[in-house]
Write a protein that binds this ligand. Structure first.
Ligand code: C5P
Length: 404
Protein backbone atom coordinates (compact mmCIF):
# COMPACT_ATOMS: atom_id res chain seq x y z
CA UNK A 1 0.00 0.00 0.00
CA UNK A 2 3.01 2.32 0.39
CA UNK A 3 4.38 1.73 -3.10
CA UNK A 4 4.35 4.92 -5.16
CA UNK A 5 2.65 6.90 -2.39
CA UNK A 6 3.65 10.35 -1.16
CA UNK A 7 3.11 11.05 2.52
CA UNK A 8 3.52 14.46 4.12
CA UNK A 9 4.25 14.44 7.84
CA UNK A 10 3.57 17.83 9.39
CA UNK A 11 5.25 18.35 12.75
CA UNK A 12 4.21 21.25 14.98
CA UNK A 13 5.71 22.57 18.18
CA UNK A 14 4.92 20.23 21.04
CA UNK A 15 7.05 17.92 23.13
CA UNK A 16 5.43 14.98 21.31
CA UNK A 17 7.57 16.01 18.30
CA UNK A 18 10.12 13.53 19.63
CA UNK A 19 7.64 10.71 18.97
CA UNK A 20 7.13 12.02 15.44
CA UNK A 21 10.81 11.23 14.82
CA UNK A 22 10.11 7.53 15.42
CA UNK A 23 7.09 7.73 13.15
CA UNK A 24 9.22 9.37 10.43
CA UNK A 25 11.70 6.54 10.85
CA UNK A 26 8.96 3.89 10.51
CA UNK A 27 7.43 5.59 7.48
CA UNK A 28 10.88 6.13 6.00
CA UNK A 29 11.39 2.37 5.94
CA UNK A 30 8.34 1.80 3.74
CA UNK A 31 8.21 2.19 -0.02
CA UNK A 32 6.49 5.58 0.35
CA UNK A 33 8.08 8.96 -0.34
CA UNK A 34 7.98 10.79 2.99
CA UNK A 35 8.24 14.58 3.22
CA UNK A 36 8.44 16.31 6.58
CA UNK A 37 7.28 19.86 7.10
CA UNK A 38 8.02 21.44 10.48
CA UNK A 39 6.78 24.63 12.06
CA UNK A 40 9.33 27.02 13.46
CA UNK A 41 8.33 25.99 17.00
CA UNK A 42 8.70 22.28 16.21
CA UNK A 43 12.32 22.92 15.30
CA UNK A 44 12.86 24.15 18.89
CA UNK A 45 11.97 20.66 20.16
CA UNK A 46 13.64 18.44 17.55
CA UNK A 47 16.09 19.56 14.90
CA UNK A 48 15.21 19.29 11.21
CA UNK A 49 18.42 17.30 10.80
CA UNK A 50 16.84 14.45 12.79
CA UNK A 51 13.98 14.17 10.30
CA UNK A 52 16.26 14.76 7.32
CA UNK A 53 18.43 11.85 8.40
CA UNK A 54 15.44 9.59 8.99
CA UNK A 55 13.67 10.34 5.71
CA UNK A 56 16.67 11.08 3.51
CA UNK A 57 14.94 14.23 2.33
CA UNK A 58 15.20 17.93 3.00
CA UNK A 59 12.80 19.13 5.69
CA UNK A 60 10.64 22.11 4.87
CA UNK A 61 10.53 24.61 7.62
CA UNK A 62 8.81 27.71 8.61
CA UNK A 63 7.78 30.74 6.67
CA UNK A 64 8.21 32.54 3.44
CA UNK A 65 11.67 33.86 4.02
CA UNK A 66 12.91 31.62 1.20
CA UNK A 67 12.60 32.24 -2.51
CA UNK A 68 9.42 32.10 -4.54
CA UNK A 69 10.31 28.89 -6.40
CA UNK A 70 10.41 27.09 -3.13
CA UNK A 71 6.79 27.94 -2.38
CA UNK A 72 5.66 26.76 -5.78
CA UNK A 73 7.46 23.53 -5.07
CA UNK A 74 5.23 23.16 -2.06
CA UNK A 75 2.05 23.58 -3.98
CA UNK A 76 3.36 20.83 -6.25
CA UNK A 77 3.99 18.67 -3.19
CA UNK A 78 0.47 19.36 -1.92
CA UNK A 79 -0.92 18.21 -5.27
CA UNK A 80 1.19 15.09 -5.31
CA UNK A 81 0.44 14.02 -1.73
CA UNK A 82 -1.61 10.88 -1.08
CA UNK A 83 -1.84 11.54 2.63
CA UNK A 84 -1.16 14.45 4.97
CA UNK A 85 -0.62 13.62 8.63
CA UNK A 86 -0.04 16.30 11.24
CA UNK A 87 1.58 14.74 14.32
CA UNK A 88 1.80 16.30 16.79
CA UNK A 89 -0.85 18.90 16.03
CA UNK A 90 -0.84 21.68 18.61
CA UNK A 91 -3.96 23.62 19.60
CA UNK A 92 -2.51 26.55 17.67
CA UNK A 93 -2.02 24.64 14.42
CA UNK A 94 -5.43 22.99 14.75
CA UNK A 95 -7.05 26.40 15.23
CA UNK A 96 -5.22 27.83 12.24
CA UNK A 97 -6.08 25.07 9.82
CA UNK A 98 -9.69 24.96 11.05
CA UNK A 99 -9.91 28.66 10.23
CA UNK A 100 -8.16 28.29 6.86
CA UNK A 101 -5.16 30.32 7.94
CA UNK A 102 -2.04 29.62 5.90
CA UNK A 103 0.88 31.57 7.31
CA UNK A 104 3.74 29.05 7.21
CA UNK A 105 4.84 26.03 5.21
CA UNK A 106 2.82 23.51 7.18
CA UNK A 107 -0.48 25.37 7.13
CA UNK A 108 -0.02 26.55 3.53
CA UNK A 109 0.64 23.05 2.24
CA UNK A 110 -2.20 21.64 4.35
CA UNK A 111 -4.65 24.12 2.85
CA UNK A 112 -3.40 23.46 -0.68
CA UNK A 113 -3.60 19.65 -0.35
CA UNK A 114 -6.81 17.82 -1.20
CA UNK A 115 -5.68 14.31 -0.20
CA UNK A 116 -6.97 12.44 2.88
CA UNK A 117 -5.75 14.12 6.06
CA UNK A 118 -5.13 12.91 9.58
CA UNK A 119 -4.53 15.05 12.65
CA UNK A 120 -3.02 13.76 15.89
CA UNK A 121 -3.69 16.41 18.56
CA UNK A 122 -1.17 16.63 21.41
CA UNK A 123 -1.42 19.27 24.09
CA UNK A 124 -2.17 20.05 27.70
CA UNK A 125 -5.51 18.66 28.93
CA UNK A 126 -6.96 22.11 29.58
CA UNK A 127 -6.17 23.17 26.03
CA UNK A 128 -7.55 19.95 24.58
CA UNK A 129 -10.75 19.98 26.61
CA UNK A 130 -11.34 23.66 25.94
CA UNK A 131 -14.55 23.97 23.90
CA UNK A 132 -12.68 26.17 21.42
CA UNK A 133 -10.28 23.33 20.55
CA UNK A 134 -13.13 20.82 20.53
CA UNK A 135 -15.09 23.06 18.17
CA UNK A 136 -12.05 23.36 15.89
CA UNK A 137 -11.65 19.59 15.82
CA UNK A 138 -15.35 19.22 15.06
CA UNK A 139 -14.94 21.67 12.19
CA UNK A 140 -12.07 19.61 10.81
CA UNK A 141 -14.05 16.37 11.18
CA UNK A 142 -16.83 18.04 9.22
CA UNK A 143 -14.34 18.60 6.40
CA UNK A 144 -13.47 14.89 6.43
CA UNK A 145 -10.24 15.17 8.39
CA UNK A 146 -9.61 12.11 10.55
CA UNK A 147 -8.75 12.92 14.15
CA UNK A 148 -6.65 10.39 16.06
CA UNK A 149 -7.87 10.69 19.64
CA UNK A 150 -5.11 11.50 22.12
CA UNK A 151 -4.39 9.09 24.96
CA UNK A 152 -4.99 9.87 28.60
CA UNK A 153 -2.23 9.78 31.14
CA UNK A 154 0.67 11.76 32.52
CA UNK A 155 1.43 14.76 30.37
CA UNK A 156 4.80 16.44 30.07
CA UNK A 157 3.42 19.46 31.94
CA UNK A 158 2.70 17.29 35.00
CA UNK A 159 -1.07 17.20 34.52
CA UNK A 160 -2.98 13.97 34.19
CA UNK A 161 -5.65 13.74 31.52
CA UNK A 162 -6.34 13.64 27.82
CA UNK A 163 -3.83 15.16 25.45
CA UNK A 164 -0.97 12.72 25.02
CA UNK A 165 -0.14 11.83 21.44
CA UNK A 166 -0.61 8.10 20.76
CA UNK A 167 2.56 6.11 20.25
CA UNK A 168 4.08 5.83 16.75
CA UNK A 169 2.65 2.33 15.99
CA UNK A 170 -0.89 3.66 16.45
CA UNK A 171 -0.22 6.56 14.07
CA UNK A 172 1.55 4.24 11.63
CA UNK A 173 -1.54 2.04 11.59
CA UNK A 174 -3.77 5.11 10.97
CA UNK A 175 -1.58 5.91 7.94
CA UNK A 176 -1.79 2.34 6.66
CA UNK A 177 -5.55 2.36 7.03
CA UNK A 178 -5.88 5.67 5.19
CA UNK A 179 -3.83 4.32 2.28
CA UNK A 180 -5.65 0.97 2.08
CA UNK A 181 -8.70 0.50 -0.16
CA UNK A 182 -11.73 -0.13 2.06
CA UNK A 183 -13.03 -3.20 0.27
CA UNK A 184 -14.55 -4.63 3.49
CA UNK A 185 -16.57 -1.46 4.19
CA UNK A 186 -20.01 -2.34 5.49
CA UNK A 187 -19.00 -5.82 6.63
CA UNK A 188 -18.91 -6.94 10.25
CA UNK A 189 -16.07 -9.29 11.01
CA UNK A 190 -15.60 -11.26 14.21
CA UNK A 191 -12.15 -12.70 14.87
CA UNK A 192 -11.20 -14.95 17.78
CA UNK A 193 -7.58 -15.08 18.84
CA UNK A 194 -5.18 -16.41 21.41
CA UNK A 195 -5.32 -19.36 23.77
CA UNK A 196 -8.00 -20.20 26.28
CA UNK A 197 -7.14 -21.03 29.88
CA UNK A 198 -9.01 -23.73 31.73
CA UNK A 199 -8.73 -23.41 35.48
CA UNK A 200 -7.53 -26.35 37.56
CA UNK A 201 -7.65 -24.29 40.75
CA UNK A 202 -7.29 -20.55 41.50
CA UNK A 203 -3.57 -20.76 40.70
CA UNK A 204 -3.17 -23.20 37.83
CA UNK A 205 -4.65 -23.71 34.42
CA UNK A 206 -4.40 -25.78 31.25
CA UNK A 207 -3.58 -23.84 28.12
CA UNK A 208 -1.47 -23.90 24.94
CA UNK A 209 1.31 -21.98 23.20
CA UNK A 210 -0.87 -19.68 21.08
CA UNK A 211 0.33 -16.05 21.22
CA UNK A 212 -2.66 -14.61 19.36
CA UNK A 213 -0.51 -13.02 16.70
CA UNK A 214 -2.26 -14.40 13.61
CA UNK A 215 -5.70 -13.42 14.96
CA UNK A 216 -4.56 -9.91 15.90
CA UNK A 217 -3.11 -9.46 12.40
CA UNK A 218 -6.44 -10.58 10.92
CA UNK A 219 -8.36 -8.12 13.10
CA UNK A 220 -5.97 -5.29 12.18
CA UNK A 221 -6.11 -6.10 8.46
CA UNK A 222 -9.92 -6.31 8.44
CA UNK A 223 -10.19 -2.99 10.25
CA UNK A 224 -7.66 -1.39 7.88
CA UNK A 225 -9.83 -2.55 4.98
CA UNK A 226 -12.87 -0.82 6.43
CA UNK A 227 -14.69 -3.62 8.29
CA UNK A 228 -16.32 -3.24 11.70
CA UNK A 229 -14.25 -5.65 13.72
CA UNK A 230 -14.87 -7.48 16.98
CA UNK A 231 -11.88 -9.29 18.45
CA UNK A 232 -12.75 -11.95 21.01
CA UNK A 233 -9.43 -12.72 22.59
CA UNK A 234 -7.95 -15.04 25.15
CA UNK A 235 -5.07 -13.74 27.26
CA UNK A 236 -2.18 -12.51 25.13
CA UNK A 237 0.72 -10.11 25.56
CA UNK A 238 -0.29 -8.17 22.43
CA UNK A 239 -1.61 -4.65 22.07
CA UNK A 240 -5.03 -4.89 20.37
CA UNK A 241 -5.31 -2.93 17.11
CA UNK A 242 -6.89 0.52 17.41
CA UNK A 243 -10.48 0.93 16.33
CA UNK A 244 -11.42 -2.68 17.03
CA UNK A 245 -13.98 -3.74 19.63
CA UNK A 246 -12.09 -6.00 22.02
CA UNK A 247 -13.87 -8.66 24.09
CA UNK A 248 -11.43 -10.28 26.52
CA UNK A 249 -12.20 -13.83 27.63
CA UNK A 250 -10.33 -16.46 29.60
CA UNK A 251 -11.92 -19.90 29.18
CA UNK A 252 -13.43 -21.81 26.24
CA UNK A 253 -16.86 -21.39 27.83
CA UNK A 254 -16.41 -17.61 28.05
CA UNK A 255 -15.26 -17.56 24.43
CA UNK A 256 -18.30 -19.59 23.43
CA UNK A 257 -20.65 -17.17 25.21
CA UNK A 258 -18.92 -14.10 23.72
CA UNK A 259 -18.96 -15.51 20.18
CA UNK A 260 -22.40 -17.15 20.19
CA UNK A 261 -24.10 -13.98 21.48
CA UNK A 262 -22.54 -11.90 18.67
CA UNK A 263 -22.54 -14.42 15.83
CA UNK A 264 -25.84 -13.59 14.18
CA UNK A 265 -24.90 -10.04 13.25
CA UNK A 266 -21.56 -10.94 11.62
CA UNK A 267 -20.90 -11.30 7.91
CA UNK A 268 -17.52 -13.00 8.46
CA UNK A 269 -16.41 -15.08 11.43
CA UNK A 270 -12.79 -16.15 11.62
CA UNK A 271 -12.04 -18.61 14.39
CA UNK A 272 -8.31 -18.24 14.79
CA UNK A 273 -8.24 -18.92 18.54
CA UNK A 274 -6.58 -22.01 19.94
CA UNK A 275 -9.52 -23.18 22.02
CA UNK A 276 -8.85 -25.84 24.63
CA UNK A 277 -10.57 -29.09 23.74
CA UNK A 278 -10.63 -30.30 27.33
CA UNK A 279 -11.07 -28.58 30.66
CA UNK A 280 -10.88 -29.88 34.22
CA UNK A 281 -14.31 -31.21 35.07
CA UNK A 282 -14.40 -28.99 38.12
CA UNK A 283 -12.08 -26.18 39.09
CA UNK A 284 -11.06 -26.57 42.75
CA UNK A 285 -12.14 -23.64 44.87
CA UNK A 286 -8.89 -23.63 46.83
CA UNK A 287 -5.36 -24.29 45.73
CA UNK A 288 -4.76 -28.03 45.43
CA UNK A 289 -2.08 -28.92 47.98
CA UNK A 290 0.67 -31.22 46.90
CA UNK A 291 0.64 -34.67 48.42
CA UNK A 292 2.68 -37.78 47.94
CA UNK A 293 1.77 -39.86 44.92
CA UNK A 294 -0.02 -38.98 41.74
CA UNK A 295 -2.73 -36.47 41.07
CA UNK A 296 -5.46 -37.38 38.63
CA UNK A 297 -7.40 -34.68 36.87
CA UNK A 298 -10.71 -35.53 35.22
CA UNK A 299 -11.11 -33.63 32.01
CA UNK A 300 -14.29 -33.04 30.09
CA UNK A 301 -14.78 -31.79 26.55
CA UNK A 302 -15.31 -28.11 25.92
CA UNK A 303 -17.94 -27.09 23.43
CA UNK A 304 -16.67 -26.81 19.86
CA UNK A 305 -17.48 -23.19 19.02
CA UNK A 306 -16.77 -23.50 15.30
CA UNK A 307 -18.96 -26.59 14.97
CA UNK A 308 -21.73 -24.77 16.86
CA UNK A 309 -21.45 -21.79 14.52
CA UNK A 310 -21.46 -24.14 11.52
CA UNK A 311 -24.78 -25.61 12.55
CA UNK A 312 -26.35 -22.30 13.67
CA UNK A 313 -24.95 -20.15 10.89
CA UNK A 314 -26.44 -16.98 9.54
CA UNK A 315 -27.65 -17.49 5.98
CA UNK A 316 -25.26 -15.07 4.30
CA UNK A 317 -22.40 -15.59 6.67
CA UNK A 318 -18.94 -16.86 5.80
CA UNK A 319 -17.29 -19.03 8.40
CA UNK A 320 -13.56 -19.67 8.60
CA UNK A 321 -11.71 -21.97 10.98
CA UNK A 322 -8.05 -22.71 11.55
CA UNK A 323 -6.42 -26.04 11.84
CA UNK A 324 -3.06 -26.75 13.39
CA UNK A 325 -1.74 -30.22 12.89
CA UNK A 326 1.50 -32.11 13.34
CA UNK A 327 0.70 -34.74 10.68
CA UNK A 328 -1.62 -35.38 7.72
CA UNK A 329 -2.31 -31.67 7.57
CA UNK A 330 -4.46 -31.45 4.47
CA UNK A 331 -6.50 -34.63 5.09
CA UNK A 332 -7.25 -33.69 8.70
CA UNK A 333 -8.10 -30.14 7.75
CA UNK A 334 -10.35 -31.18 4.88
CA UNK A 335 -12.26 -33.37 7.31
CA UNK A 336 -12.75 -30.33 9.58
CA UNK A 337 -14.20 -28.32 6.71
CA UNK A 338 -17.03 -30.81 6.41
CA UNK A 339 -17.40 -31.81 10.04
CA UNK A 340 -17.63 -28.26 11.31
CA UNK A 341 -19.67 -26.83 8.45
CA UNK A 342 -17.10 -24.11 7.68
CA UNK A 343 -16.58 -22.36 4.33
CA UNK A 344 -12.84 -22.25 4.75
CA UNK A 345 -10.23 -23.95 6.89
CA UNK A 346 -6.77 -22.44 7.12
CA UNK A 347 -4.33 -25.22 7.77
CA UNK A 348 -0.91 -24.70 9.27
CA UNK A 349 1.57 -27.32 10.25
CA UNK A 350 3.57 -27.08 13.44
CA UNK A 351 6.34 -28.99 11.74
CA UNK A 352 6.81 -26.38 9.04
CA UNK A 353 9.75 -23.94 9.26
CA UNK A 354 8.52 -20.34 9.84
CA UNK A 355 4.96 -21.39 10.66
CA UNK A 356 3.04 -21.88 13.87
CA UNK A 357 3.11 -20.38 17.36
CA UNK A 358 4.59 -16.94 17.98
CA UNK A 359 6.42 -16.62 14.66
CA UNK A 360 6.14 -13.43 12.59
CA UNK A 361 5.55 -15.53 9.50
CA UNK A 362 3.20 -18.30 8.49
CA UNK A 363 2.82 -20.79 5.70
CA UNK A 364 -0.76 -21.93 5.34
CA UNK A 365 -2.89 -24.04 3.04
CA UNK A 366 -6.36 -22.71 2.35
CA UNK A 367 -9.08 -25.34 2.07
CA UNK A 368 -12.48 -24.61 0.62
CA UNK A 369 -15.10 -26.65 -1.25
CA UNK A 370 -13.06 -25.83 -4.38
CA UNK A 371 -9.92 -27.56 -3.10
CA UNK A 372 -6.63 -26.88 -1.39
CA UNK A 373 -4.48 -23.84 -2.15
CA UNK A 374 -1.04 -23.71 -0.55
CA UNK A 375 0.18 -20.14 0.06
CA UNK A 376 3.87 -19.24 0.19
CA UNK A 377 5.69 -18.36 3.41
CA UNK A 378 4.69 -14.76 4.22
CA UNK A 379 4.53 -12.32 7.10
CA UNK A 380 1.42 -12.91 9.22
CA UNK A 381 0.09 -9.51 8.11
CA UNK A 382 0.34 -10.55 4.46
CA UNK A 383 -1.24 -13.92 5.29
CA UNK A 384 -4.11 -12.01 6.95
CA UNK A 385 -4.70 -9.99 3.78
CA UNK A 386 -4.48 -13.06 1.56
CA UNK A 387 -7.09 -14.84 3.71
CA UNK A 388 -9.40 -11.81 3.76
CA UNK A 389 -9.13 -11.57 -0.06
CA UNK A 390 -10.38 -15.15 -0.33
CA UNK A 391 -13.08 -14.76 2.32
CA UNK A 392 -14.38 -11.67 0.52
CA UNK A 393 -14.65 -13.65 -2.72
CA UNK A 394 -16.56 -16.39 -0.87
CA UNK A 395 -18.84 -13.81 0.73
CA UNK A 396 -19.59 -12.19 -2.64
CA UNK A 397 -20.21 -15.55 -4.33
CA UNK A 398 -22.50 -16.70 -1.56
CA UNK A 399 -24.54 -13.53 -1.54
CA UNK A 400 -24.68 -13.25 -5.31
CA UNK A 401 -25.94 -16.80 -5.75
CA UNK A 402 -28.59 -16.15 -3.10
CA UNK A 403 -29.73 -13.10 -5.01
CA UNK A 404 -28.34 -10.37 -2.70
O1 C5P B 1 -10.88 -29.54 15.81
P1 C5P B 1 -9.81 -28.53 15.96
O2 C5P B 1 -9.64 -28.04 17.36
O3 C5P B 1 -8.51 -28.90 15.34
O4 C5P B 1 -10.33 -27.29 15.06
C1 C5P B 1 -9.71 -26.07 15.09
C2 C5P B 1 -10.71 -25.00 14.76
O5 C5P B 1 -11.85 -25.15 15.58
C3 C5P B 1 -10.17 -23.59 15.07
O6 C5P B 1 -10.77 -22.70 14.16
C4 C5P B 1 -10.67 -23.35 16.48
O7 C5P B 1 -10.80 -21.98 16.77
C5 C5P B 1 -11.99 -24.06 16.48
N1 C5P B 1 -12.38 -24.62 17.78
C6 C5P B 1 -13.48 -24.13 18.41
N2 C5P B 1 -13.90 -24.64 19.62
C7 C5P B 1 -13.22 -25.63 20.22
C8 C5P B 1 -12.07 -26.16 19.58
C9 C5P B 1 -11.68 -25.63 18.36
O8 C5P B 1 -14.12 -23.23 17.87
N3 C5P B 1 -13.63 -26.09 21.39
Amino acid sequence: MFEGKTIILGVSGGIAAYKAAQLASDLGKTAAEVHVIMTKNAAEFVTPLTFETLTNRRVSLDTFDRNFEYNVEHVALAKKADLFLVAPATANVIAKIAAGIADDMLTTTFLAASCPKIIAPAMNTGMFDNPITQRNLETLRGFGVEIVEPDSGWLACGDIGRGRMPNPPVLFEAVRRALTPHDLEGLRVLVTAGPTQEAIDPVRFISNHSTGRMGYELAAAARRRGARVTLVTGKTALEPPAGVEVVPVVSAQEMFDAVASRAQEQELIIKCAAVADYRPETAAEDKIKKRDGELTLHLSRTQDILAYLGSHRGEHQVLCGFSMETRDLVENSRAKLEKKGADMIVANSLKEEGAGFGTATNRVTVLTAKGAEPLPLMGKDAVADALLDRLLVLYREKNRSEGH
